[in-house]
Design a protein around this ligand. Structure first.
Ligand SMILES: [Zn+2]
Length: 302
């Protein structure tokens, strides 16, 4: 059984290690600064200045503080220059600038927290890591329009005109390639993305159904990411009470949460209807949220 707590522990442990690394770095930095005479001199001058300014303000002589305040601003800047010099020497930077490697941003779990949870979960589910392409200057023949639409989508993400795409067309028309490219580009923008073939997704559903993995965990990673790509829908075996049901549940939850998805498939809409169900088809073809993009070019792999 793949347990949620175990994976959370793993993620929390990562942030614990980060915290202690950052603490060590801070302590080291402080030590360097306190041993810099220039820095300590400025600090003590600043202390005196602040006292003088406060006294003048207190005695109602605020008009005489202008010069002193200018001097104070100058010293603060000087101090920062020294601080940054040592920081640069340490060659330190946060892995996540949003939460400064705490895993918490604006009182919520940071995106980097979910990214790590997703990575560990997919690893434990034996989903292989992939390398995704990015937009090329050489647009494959017949995909000019699709390229244009995809570029606009990436550019505006997450505030895209339509949230979701269904790429419909025969094998080898570039659907998977384009969906992967969108993932590659969004990863560059630090979006949290998940790419799964329908077979990989289906085997996750089966594990879920057999209670070999926590439901909460699966829903966490499949519905928290910014974009979920389901590749090659229709090539997976159809398990009774599993495939269609969980597929609908995941897509519905993403639609409710206003989260993006892209589905690629060789099926036609009527084949989708007969293979899954009407409710699923209607949810993935709602014109307000989803655009169905036909791919009918010649086989790009030839
Ligand atoms: Zn973060």
């Amino acid at each position: 059984m793949i347990k949620l707590e175990k994976l959370y522990d793993k993620v929390n442990n990562y942030f614990k290690v980060k915290k202690s690394e950052n603490f060590t770095m801070q302590a080291y930095l402080e030590d360097r600064l306190l041993n810099d005479d220039n820095y300590t001199n400025i600090s003590s001058k600043l202390g005196k200045l602040n006292y003088e300014i406060a006294m003048l303000d207190f005695n109602g002589n605020s008009e005489n503080t202008t010069k002193l305040k200018e001097e104070r601003d100058r010293l603060v800047k000087e101090k920062l220059v020294i601080y940054n010099k040592y920081l640069k020497e340490l060659n330190f930077s946060y892995s996540c600038n949003l939460c400064k490697d705490t895993g918490i941003y604006k009182n919520k779990r940071c995106k980097c927290y979910y990214a790590l949870l997703t990575k560990y979960t997919l690893e434990s589910l034996n989903v292989k890591e992939r390398v995704y392409p990015t937009f090329s200057s050489e647009i494959p023949n017949g995909l000019e329009k699709h390229y244009e639409i995809s570029k606009k989508y990436v550019e505006k993400f997450p505030n895209t005109e339509v949230k979701n795409f269904v790429f419909l067309g025969k094998v080898g028309t570039g659907k998977t390639y384009l969906a992967s490219t969108i993932i590659g580009e969004l990863n560059k923008k630090k979006a949290l993305t998940v790419f799964l073939t329908s077979n990989e997704l289906n085997s996750i559903f089966l594990k879920l159904h057999r209670q070999e993995i926590d439901r909460e965990l699966v829903f966490d990673i499949l519905t928290a990411c910014d974009l979920l790509v389901i590749d090659d829908l229709g090539t997976e075996p159809l398990y009774n009470n599993v495939t269609a049901e969980y597929l609908l549940a995941i897509i519905s939850e993403r639609l409710d949460k206003n989260k993006h998805f892209i589905i690629t498939t060789n099926l036609t809409t009527s084949e989708i209807l007969s293979r899954y169900n009407e409710r699923f088809l209607s949810r993935i073809s709602d014109k307000k949220s989803t655009a169905i993009i036909p791919f009918n070019g010649k086989d790009l792999r030839i």
